[in-house]
Ligand binder design. Sequence first.
Ligand SMILES: [Zn+2]
Ligand SMILES: [Zn+2]
Length: 255
Amino acid sequence: MFDRHSIQKAITILGKGTLDILFPAQCARCSEPVDTASSLCAGCWPDITFISAPYCVQCGYPFDYNVGETPLCGSCIAKPPPFSSGRSVLKYDEASRDMVLSFKHADRTDQTPAFAQWMVRSAPDLLAAPCLIVPVPLHPNRLLKRRYNQSALLANQIGRLTNQPVAPTLLLRKKATPSQGSKTFKGRWLNVKGAFAVRPTMQEKLIGQRILLIDDVYTTGATLSACADCLLNAGAAQVDILTLCRVVRPANLSI
Ligand SMILES: [Zn+2]
Ligand SMILES: [Zn+2]
């Protein structure tokens, strides 16, 4: 089945604008036609919560009010994560959930350019300096079932937009962990413990590098922390994280 992006290259020969006539840009959430790609329709804009400063400089947890020049959330103070800086674009809530789930499970890969564009815009500081972009991997069994890794799609597109190198297969998921969705907070951390490894043939690529780790949703930080630990142990100089969504629990609850 042809889609907007797979025939983009071929159709440019027919002249600018042809693509938009044949495949008008769609709202990233509901598929209504919109003027420009990377956008939401007028009905969806008010429902989606974009995260903006102030936020925790280490994990991206958003604050309601300013808490100093280099704000840190309670979780990062109590148990500093292995990554240095973090950012997320959207609050993961009822309004964004279906949009993200359709991207993940229902072949809405046409959403990739919009989501990647938003991620680039939300983290200019993390993308300004040289970095190696690495997606959180899926286990091969899950990749076979799902046919694509949504985090790798985002990573590749972010690399294209910023001219930063991408290493989509650098991390391996060696343990076929059950879905994190059904797990408790503690269960999520245990579930991903030792689940990741750096592909031995690619280890040299990351030595001394700053890695920008990409994932679709930051829930407890367990998966991202497990990946960051693995990258740092293998020789990365620093790991930062960038995710499309962030589950935002009240600050007084453990996250
Ligand atoms: Zn819409
Ligand atoms: Zn934090």
